[in-house]
Ligand binder design. Structure first.
Ligand code: HEC
Length: 133
């Protein structure tokens, strides 16, 4: 017992070192927001490219960027609630599946715009659950 008490006292002496930067979770949350902003930019530019009749290869390059950004965001368990982090990862997997399906559709003209709206619906499926603004 005495040993335990002195052990505890010794631990109490050592104050935890102040964190060097922002808490990792805060940093993850900032990174997550940055990734969402980049995804959004690609998504908006994709619509503009389709409206301008750009070649399909450009649309596919933007889809590739959206995929890679979403994969990065999916690896950031930035929420305090671990169950939410697990569900978010699950939602990202569903989004990436939907993206894979719609990538097989044509990406020019009216059909391209329809495919673009399908991607938007997949974004909204997660936002309806997890985005508050
Ligand atoms: C699996 C979930 C998920 C998917 C898929 C997803 N988002 Fe998000 N998005 C979020 C969450 C959660 C937030 C809110 C982040 C926060 O502030 O906690 C968010 C925030 C945003 C924001 C606001 C960023 C800011 O400035 O605060 C934009 C814009 C956005 N998403 C665009 C998109 C677009 C476009 C797509 C689809 C191409 C998409 N997102 C797909 C979960 C998702």
């Amino acid at each position: 017992m005495a040993v335990l008490v002195s052990l505890l006292a010794a631990c109490g002496d050592r104050a935890p070192a102040p964190p060097a930067g922002p808490a990792p979770r805060e940093e993850m949350a900032r990174q997550y927001t940055r990734l969402m902003k980049s995804i959004d930019l690609q998504f908006e530019n994709l619509q503009a490219d389709l409206a301008d009749g750009k070649p399909e290869a450009e649309a596919r390059a933007r889809l590739g960027s959206i995929r890679s950004l979403a994969e990065q965001a999916s690896r950031l368990p930035y929420r305090a609630d671990e169950a939410e982090n697990r569900d978010l990862a699950f939602q990202f997997a569903a989004f990436l599946d939907a993206l894979k399906k719609v990538e097989q559709s044509p990406w020019t003209g009216a059909e391209g715009l329809r495919s673009w709206r399908t991607v938007g619906t997949a974004c909204a499926a997660c936002h309806n659950l997890y985005r508050k603004d």
